[in-house]
Ligand binder design. Structure first.
Ligand code: KG4
Ligand code: ZN
Length: 339
């Protein structure tokens, strides 16, 4: 079964074809970063218009890369939320039109669930139940995942997402958007102990997190000063260390408390080299298995949408209640399941 996945929740227009929920036949990601970079963040109206321009060529490229035509497609999956509503609508309405025209089944997929279930597109399959850390520009959440379609939110950020904090801190340091990538790069030449940034909520019970205090601390650190290149590297390294400490502490305690053997990290921030390094060390010490997704599956992509869509349309959770068919509506069903 070939599922065509479409993703347009934020600043990437993406389409992919996945066979039997496991084999990625193509994955095209058209990034809008250049259009948003001058503003230091994603501008929703620009995102929606840009998706409109990109969606037809991106879907055609995904079919072409897979060596397929629309006749080879058995079903469609599209991100239904969470995300920017105008941006989501472009993907949802395009996918609905295609499904209606071709007479194919269609399912709306939760973007966050798709991030961590992208582990099933790799060769290193996580064992249920596992703990998943989904960290990106819009979300930072920890889940216990019991099966396909069955997961529980254990904790989440109470304010900024980790990626959002990276983006804002980078802007304060004069680094380019997307800030997480830029901070990760310059932090390699900085001293993480140079600034004592707070680790909010790290000692509190439970798995909720907070990054807005850290962001304010960065603001206070840079206010009224012109930082040298070395001071920028140092502040970036110290900031990255603070974010990583919180994410690692909360994820590890969730894994231990839930008595799982496997941890999945997914989402754009899961590309962070220090997060992968520290969590790799900590899981090895405890005899746990870390599934840090390959970088191309960390940031937004449509393979994760097609892969999970397969499970809802034809696979493990085809009997589940989720936004399916042409009546699905991103206005009323922003979060399909769990998150
Ligand atoms: O998952 P994603 O591509 O889009 C959303 O769903 O938000 O994540 C984008 C976020 C941005 O905030 C970006 O700064 C962050 O992921 N990011 C990183 C790294 N690469 C991307 N953050 C920290 N370190 C990185 N290497
Ligand atoms: Zn995402």
């Amino acid at each position: 079964m070939n599922v065509l996945g479409i993703e347009s929740s934020c600043d990437e227009t993406a389409a992919a074809v996945v066979t039997d929920g496991r084999v990625v036949r193509s994955s095209i990601i058209w990034s809008q970063i250049d259009q948003h970079a001058p503003f230091g963040g994603v501008v929703p109206e620009i995102a929606s218009r840009s998706h409109l321009n990109a969606i037809v060529p991106v879907v055609n490229d995904a079919l072409g890369q897979a060596g397929m035509t629309l006749d080879d497609i058995d079903g469609l999956a599209v991100t239904i939320g969470p995300g920017l509503i105008g941006a989501l609508l472009v993907g949802v309405q395009f996918a609905k039109g295609l499904a209606l025209g071709l007479g194919l089944p269609i399912v709306g997929v939760n973007h966050i669930e798709a991030h961590f279930m992208a582990a099933f597109l790799t060769d290193s399959l996580p064992k249920f139940p596992f703990v998943a850390l989904a960290v990106s520009g819009g979300h930072s959440s920890i889940f216990r995942v019991d099966d396909f379609g069955r997961f529980t939110l254990l904790g989440r950020t109470l304010d900024d997402a980790a990626g959002e904090a990276f983006d804002k801190a980078a802007a304060m340091l004069g680094l380019p958007y997307p800030g997480g990538v830029a901070i990760d790069k310059v932090a390699k030449n900085g001293n993480p102990a140079s600034v004592a940034f707070p680790r909010s909520m790290i000692k509190e019970p439970g798995y909720n997190m907070s990054f807005s205090g850290l962001k304010s601390a960065m603001r206070r650190h840079v206010e009224g000063r012109v930082l040298s290149d070395q001071e920028i590297n140092d502040a970036a390294a110290a900031f990255r260390e603070a974010v990583v400490d919180v994410l690692v502490a909360k994820t590890m305690s969730a894994a231990v408390d839930c008595n799982v053997s496997d941890i999945v990290i997914a989402g754009g921030v899961a590309a962070n080299s220090r997060l992968r390094e520290v969590l790799g060390q900590r899981t090895a010490e405890k005899g746990l298995i870390l599934h840090a997704l390959p970088l191309e599956l960390c940031s937004d992509n449509a393979a994760m949408i097609a892969g999970l869509g397969h499970q809802y349309l034809f696979g493990a959770c085809s009997d589940f209640d989720c936004p399916r068919g042409l009546d699905m509506d991103p206005f009323t069903r922003l979060v399909a399941t769990g998150g």
